[in-house]
Design a protein around this ligand. Structure first.
Ligand SMILES: *[C@@H]1O[C@H](CO)[C@@H](O)[C@H](O)[C@H]1NC(C)=O
Ligand SMILES: *[C@@H]1O[C@H](CO)[C@@H](O)[C@H](O)[C@H]1NC(C)=O
Length: 337
């Protein structure tokens, strides 16, 4: 989402002052959404590349559905946090239920995160980017909403004990946002079960967009707001795709050993390399890190630099290597601080 894009749309729909107040948080939120996307897809063939958000304006695959949802969620999340932290003059904790009994032994208190505020502002900014009335715009808006609902669905109650010497005879509780990682996990699960929208294949009558919208609305009603939807099957992410500016899986790192690797990571070499017709090459990499750190009174920490050889694995073209039997000898140096 380019800042200029945001500028153009948001200025039209909100007043200038409000725009300036929220714009940087919106940007930051969208970015945190993309960062989370990269984390969630680190060991998938499609790994949430940089240009993802721009491309998502002219295709509607399972992957772009995730991008829309996680960006909208990121924006709502950041704005809501900002609100609770008192970053904005016109908004604070949700105190609508304070003092009311919530359940057995507890009453509402503390600072409940004000998701209604985050939701409202993020709608103004993020949904405004969908100008069209076509099915793709409708799908994008649906997925934005699914992202915002994920924020609400992952919220949880936090409580604090009161009573004589911590007897906890009465508690005050408030609703707080989950870690954003949890929102990412939740939406990744929704991505795995995303539903393809089967549109009426009859050619749409030109000019009669009201009819189209009617048919669309009907199709949408059968799908819960919480679910991600898409229109087009994904291309083959094994291979380079010029029009998507996608590089394919050649050169990607994969993970091999390690008993405590989760199943998904442990199968990454198969998924990214072998099943894409690549082979796996091994590289020994020298990693420099801090070690033997000692605390000196007061107050510094002094460390040694230790070098460690780690083995990493990468996908390579089958016909690409000159000496396929000599792969273990290849050396590559990298320094990390
Ligand atoms: C909103 O929160 C982010 C961190 O979550 C912070 O970097 C940013 O400065 C905040 N925005 C405002 C307007 O304070
Ligand atoms: C590249 O992506 C486009 C858009 O998704 C798709 O139509 C095309 O078939 C893909 N090309 C290859 C070589 O996979």
């Amino acid at each position: 989402m380019g800042l200029l894009n945001l500028l153009a749309v948001a200025v039209a729909s909100t007043c200038w002052h409000a725009f300036l107040t929220y714009a940087s948080s919106v940007q930051m939120g969208a970015r945190s959404g993309i960062q989370e996307c990269k984390h969630q897809f680190a060991w998938d063939r499609w790994n949430c590349p940089e240009n993802t958000l721009q491309l998502s304006t002219h295709s509607a695959t399972k992957e772009t559905s995730f991008v829309h949802a996680i960006s909208a969620a990121g924006v709502m999340y950041t704005l809501t946090k900002n609100c609770s932290m008192g970053d904005f003059d016109n908004c604070g904790c949700d105190d609508s239920r304070i003092g009311q009994t919530g359940g057995r032994g507890w009453i509402w208190g503390g600072c409940s995160d004000n998701v209604a505020f985050g939701e409202k502002i993020s709608k103004q900014f993020v949904d405004a980017l969908e100008g069209g009335h076509d099915s793709r715009a409708a799908v994008n808006l649906h997925n934005n909403e699914a992202g915002r609902l994920a924020i609400k669905a992952t919220m949880r109650r936090a409580c604090k004990c009161h009573g004589v010497s911590g007897s906890c005879s009465i508690q005050t509780c408030w609703m707080q946002l989950a870690d954003f990682r949890e929102v990412g996990n939740y939406l990744k699960m929704k991505y795995e079960h995303a539903k393809k929208l089967e549109m009426d294949k009859k050619p749409a009558r030109a000019g009669n967009s009201a009819d189209n919208r009617g048919a669309l609305a009907h199709t949408f009603r059968s799908i819960p707001q919480t679910e991600l939807i898409y229109l087009e099957d994904s291309p083959d992410y094994c291979v380079k795709n010029q029009s998507l500016e996608f590089h394919g899986t050649e050169g990607r790192e994969c993970l091999k050993s390690g008993k405590n690797l989760p199943q998904w990571e442990r199968k990454s070499c198969r998924r990214l390399c072998y099943e894409c017709g690549h082979r796996v090459v091994e590289k020994r990499i020298e990693v420099v890190s801090s070690c033997n750190c000692k605390f000196h009174w007061c107050c510094t920490v002094k460390c040694d630099k230790c070098t460690q050889i780690v083995t990493k694995y990468y996908c390579a073209r089958k016909d690409g290597g000159r000496r396929p039997h000599n792969k273990a000898k290849s050396r590559h140096r990298a320094r990390r601080h």
